[in-house]
Design a protein around this ligand. Structure first.
Ligand SMILES: Nc1ncnc2c1ncn2[C@@H]1O[C@H](COP(=O)(O)OP(=O)(O)OP(=O)(O)O)[C@@H](O)[C@H]1O
Ligand SMILES: [Mg+2]
Length: 259
């Protein structure tokens, strides 16, 4: 079976700092995989390299067998690999629904004015997109907020909107950078159930960076542990949880020591 995502020997240097070194792992179709590690371990850097925001200093990224190393990001998204951001990246002044629509439009080649002011065919297309937006808002429980300015949402719902925007690009795989940050345990558990539904009902493959250990351990079938830019362990949650190196480097630290 071809892996959905295959990262090989991935590295990134920022000046003298090796933010990531020799990272290799694979994600199989339909898996939920966690990428964990303390602050500054290189998790977001790995996402930036996989999604094509940065070119790696070394290594390759393959998605569904195709070499996507170095992006660019819009091409990676069009191939079916989308991401959400650690800091929410929404248009704060426009409505929730419009934010998701912009996500849907971003997968198309034509410019926004052409989409909006084009002929009959395009108008039909826009109606289809609006129906998709509706479906995504329902799925993520954001219908009640659809006409609100995105910037006025509480932080947790802004994170949820980030996922909605990612979903609107119709990905087969989604990278989520700390989607549950700032959520209380109850919200975080609900978020975990939502992510599992995305996999179970929509067949989405997920790679998740997250500090909430209960969420990661309950949700992920496979976990990759990074410390200071290097992979120190990987495997099923039980194995990782009991790995002495992981306990020392990461799990021994208080859960909320991160920024
Ligand atoms: N654009 C950049 N320029 C210079 N250094 C960077 C850049 N991005 C990340 N770094 C550095 O690379 C290292 C890894 O950072 P990264 O953001 O990938 O960590 P992280 O695991 O996502 O941490 P956190 O849990 O705090 O989000 C850190 O030392 C960070 O300061
Ligand atoms: Mg990060």
């Amino acid at each position: 079976m071809t892996a959905m995502l295959e990262v090989q020997g991935l590295g990134k240097r920022f000046g003298g700092l090796a933010a990531l070194e020799g990272l290799s792992f694979a994600v199989q179709p339909g898996q939920i995989v966690g990428l964990i590690g303390p602050n500054g371990a290189g998790k977001t850097t790995a996402f930036n390299l996989i999604s094509g925001s940065f070119a790696p200093s070394a290594g390759t990224v393959r998605f569904e067998g195709a070499d996507i190393t170095g992006g660019p990001p819009h091409r990676v998204v069009r191939r079916g690999l989308a991401r959400t951001f650690q800091a929410t990246s929404i248009y704060p002044k426009v409505s929730v629904a419009e934010n998701v629509l912009r996500g849907a439009l971003s997968r198309l080649h034509a410019s926004l004015p052409n989409q909006l002011f084009g002929g009959q065919h395009t108008r039909q297309h826009l109606a289809t997109l609006r129906a998709e937006v509706d479906e995504i808002l329902t799925l993520l429980g954001l219908q009640a907020q659809r006409e609100q300015a995105a910037g006025s949402l509480p932080y947790g719902l802004q994170k949820r909107l980030g996922v909605a925007i990612g979903l609107a690009t119709k990905p087969r795989m989604l990278l989520l950078d700390e989607p549950a940050a700032g959520l209380n345990p109850e919200e975080s558990a609900a978020f975990g159930r939502l992510l599992r539904r995305l996999r179970d009902e929509r067949g989405l493959t997920l790679l998740l960076v997250e500090h909430h250990m209960a969420l990661v351990m309950g949700l992920c079938e496979h976990i990759v542990v990074l410390v200071q830019g290097r992979k120190i362990a990987e495997g099923p949650p039980e194995g990782v949880r009991n790995d002495p190196a992981v306990i020392e480097a990461y799990l021994g630290a208080p859960e909320d020591c991160h920024a």
